[in-house]
Write a protein that binds this ligand. Structure first.
Ligand code: FES
Length: 107
């Protein structure tokens, strides 16, 4: 069962067992994490589920698709290295140990 760690804006690190969560966003919602409202529920329509993938994980997480990339750019004006919409990151066994940082603001 993959474990994914969320680094929160207040400095806390929260390791979460993914269980059967289909995406990183679903896992965050299940743990009621602050700063990650995911308002559209994973429909790629809100950009309120942004995270920054830890540098050491950027080559191992499947890349963002063009719609995800455009939504981030439209929301914050650029796409910082590692920035993702976590509703678009499927939880797989290969992501065991993944670390993502929740940004200070979602837009
Ligand atoms: S939850 Fe809305 S875009 Fe990810």
């Amino acid at each position: 069962m993959p474990q994914i760690t969320f680094l929160l804006p207040d400095g806390r690190a929260l390791p979460c067992e993914a269980g059967d969560a289909p995406t990183v966003m679903h896992l965050a919602i299940r743990h009621d994490l602050p700063g990650l409202p995911a308002e559209c529920g994973g429909q790629l329509a809100c950009a309120t589920c942004m995270v920054d993938v830890a540098e050491e994980w950027r080559g191992r997480v499947p890349a963002a698709g063009p719609d995800e990339h455009d939504m981030i750019e439209d929301t914050i004006g650029s796409v910082p290295e590692g920035r993702r919409l976590c509703c678009q990151i499927a939880v797989t066994p290969e992501l065991d140990g993944l670390v993502v940082r929740v940004p200070e603001r979602q837009g």
